[in-house]
Ligand binder design. Sequence first.
Ligand SMILES: Nc1nc2c(ncn2[C@@H]2O[C@H](COP(=O)(O)OP(=O)(O)OP(=O)(O)O)[C@@H](O)[C@H]2O)c(=O)[nH]1
Ligand SMILES: [Zn+2]
Length: 362
Amino acid sequence: MTLAPTLPERLNRARADLRMGLPVILSGEGAAILAAAVETLDADRLGDMRSLGAPVLAITARRAETLKARAYDGDLARILVPGDAGLGWLRAVADPKDDLSMPMKGPFATLREGSAALCRAAIALAKTSQLLPAVLTVAISDGQAFAQRHGLTFLPLAEAEPELFRTGPLHPVVSARVPMVASQAGRVHIFRPEDGSIEHYAIEIGQPDRNAPVLARLHSACFTGDVLGSLKCDCGPQLRAALAQMGHEGAGVLLYLNQEGRGIGLANKMRAYALQDQGFDTVEANHRLGFEDDERDFRIGSGILREMGFARVRLMTNNPAKVAMMQAQGLDVTERVPLKVGETAQNRAYLATKAAKSGHLL
Ligand SMILES: Nc1nc2c(ncn2[C@@H]2O[C@H](COP(=O)(O)OP(=O)(O)OP(=O)(O)O)[C@@H](O)[C@H]2O)c(=O)[nH]1
Ligand SMILES: [Zn+2]
């Protein structure tokens, strides 16, 4: 029988659980934890978790740095939750929105003993659920029996770990002709990951020759820039300029990847924008939220291009990291085609930060 969910399917089930406010169980290295995302946890479940033992709050080292909490585990910190700390306290640790007006008062007691592996996996799950990377955990015994008793998702660490940041293979679902301003010969293809996670799109212009390098753009979704015409970034003009150039040359492929906010999701991007209004730049804002500068999985783009039969690309980008990632995934980037459009008074500082801190070429 193959009816039981595979590990990638169980991971996505766990992500849905966390988004609903349900805890999941992670087990490995002779231990097990119940883990719930702080962002979606409610008071009843917090009470239930407290009744099982002393809770530990896992946050990333990025967030810990702002809070001046010692991160003994390298990339994360495990904070001992005070006995009287309620949801308000947990959320203030997780969410930097009031850091300046109501700074969290430490000192925070953080764990240095024991393995952080289960907490690390829980943080990875929260990140890939596009929730704030702050997870309340409590140790339990016999995780599998506990999961069965309460109908919770159970994940064995050894199997889950290599899959945590990996999107499953993508397959084409459907494609149809969409004449566009940039080209009458447009076709939109929908790709769906095997693990049922979010779909991504390819916009094919003309009939690119699969035996020659194709003019290609990997565009990460930007609701504010692409749809609203936000002046805070250059995404909308880049999207239209890339399609226009493909239309002009008569052939090309633009991948529209649903990796909003460099992978942190629109809600977190709006949190980052609110921090930017407090004076932090785009990179600092991500860090204060507990994320890295860029949380995108660039394997998705190379996977779609390969599935469409493209092996060589002329990549439209100002981001050398994208070129390097595509090459690391076995695609031959024969040329980097610069895409410099849409600079405004409002996004000048943003573009300068990307050049200074993220290696973008001006
Ligand atoms: N987290 C975060 N994401 C942002 C911000 N501004 C734009 N984005 C997202 O950044 C992504 C676009 O990535 P960019 O870094 O502009 O460009 P790139 O794709 O890496 O490089 P290019 O190929 O040169 O455009 C989109 O997903 C946007 O939603 C911001 O201030 N914070
Ligand atoms: Zn944008």
